[in-house]
Ligand binder design. Sequence first.
Ligand code: DON
Length: 528
Amino acid sequence: MAVPDRYSADAAEQIFKEGGNAIDAAVAIAFALAVTYPDAGNIGGGGFMTLYVDGKPYFLDYRESAPLAATRNMYLDDKGEVIKGMSLVGYRAVGVPGTVDGMWQAQRRFGKLKWKQVLAPAIHYARDGFVVSAKLQKRRDDAAKDFAGKTNFDTYFGDLKEGVNFRQPDLAAVLERISDQGAKGFYTGKTADLIAASMRGHGLITKADLAQYKAVWREPVQAQWNGYRVITAPPPSSGGVGLVQLLKMKADLASDFKGVPLNSAQYVHLIAEIEKRVFADRAQYLGDPDFYKVPVAQLIDDAYLAKRAAEVNPGAPSDTKSVLAGLGTSMPEKAETTHYSVVDKWGNAVSNTYTLNGAFGSGVVVDRAGIVLNDEMDDFSSKPGTANMFGVVGSDANAIEPNKRPLSSMAPTILTRDGKVVLVIGTPGGSRIFTSIFQVINNIYDYDMPLPDAVAAMRFHHQLLPENTIFWEPYKPIAGELAQQIEAKGYKLEGQSFNGDIQVIRIDGGKPDAAADPRGRGVTRVVQ
Ligand code: DON
């Protein structure tokens, strides 16, 4: 396993020792992280799970949905301008949480253990406490500044300080109700009453919203690439489509990449050219498939991508304004998310990314329940062409509608070869998610790097807008000679405030190898 903190590793180890499979472990990890990784782990958010069970691929969408009372222009003022921060902080930023129904459905369908067993580690950490790390306190301190005077965040998380044994009795009681009653213990009864009561007079979520929420099994996006089968996230994520587009276009441009050193200025340029085209498509075509027909097959079609790749100019950045969505316009995107990867001795795999969106979500904590609520509504396009927290724009495809799911970039991914799992990978990072996964896959398979090096290597990002801008991560800033060479090609360099956090397992010749990103507080473990 490769997981974002040591407590979730202990939880998964316990589950494996009790005879559980990868799905049991994955569900136990999700609940444990809701307690020990409250900046992103959650029961008040949502996410995606890509699974490979008994030789077959599956995908579970437990993304949050817009409340029934949500409206297209709910974040705009009288003049039609976006009200700053409204979709990010406070009660109105919250989407209907999906995590509990997601875990319930995954475990019911594929788990081996009793439901109560997978809840037990989380209940223990909530009731008896866990020791707060320095990195967690830093996240708390940063987030608390944004929430000050706007939410009740400090009432619950004011004492989240390094070295403290942090107990969450209200949350423990919620987890016990979930343990006793399954998903109903969250979506109906006392927990639902508490959520609805917190929202009354402030936010939109009602008991009706909670009672009707359902996670959805969807067909994963699948593609052949380089002898591997890529199994990844379909809409309402843009991540899987984007990842496949990146992988295939890079393969199409093999002759341009020949002899180009990894992460050199020319490499950065060629990848940025590909990314321009991916993000043009993303802004135009991607949204919730239950509300908007997303042309997935066309977007990952070999001939289409070969044509798009052929538009790349190896000599100079192509004019941003000239890069349009490729299928034509007649057809109708400081933060925290977390990913973990698990495999078991039976060959099953789970790749799971879930999120509150921003660190500690909206900053709203359900009174007397201790549940941190997401700010996923910011992933909608509040206004066509206006960028969200991650700087990405959207159109009608991703406009707000009641019950609709906001467009995501999360891309929990599994690669198989000859029907066997060879790679399980994912990361947080908003719109950087699938460009990061792409770079690590590329480091492993195209540049033959050992797993830890492939994960630790520098990463960069371009997303069409802002024009010709290459973003770097605080972990490995782009500076010195490389920076000068990239600037000489006509790009602007810009730092971003957050790092990715890749958790990856590679199985080569039947032997598992795992790496947790040195950027985060993750750990890897093999349970014998
Ligand atoms: O679904 C999405 O794409 C975003 N809400 C994910 C947020 C995220 O990765 C935050 N991490 N830096």
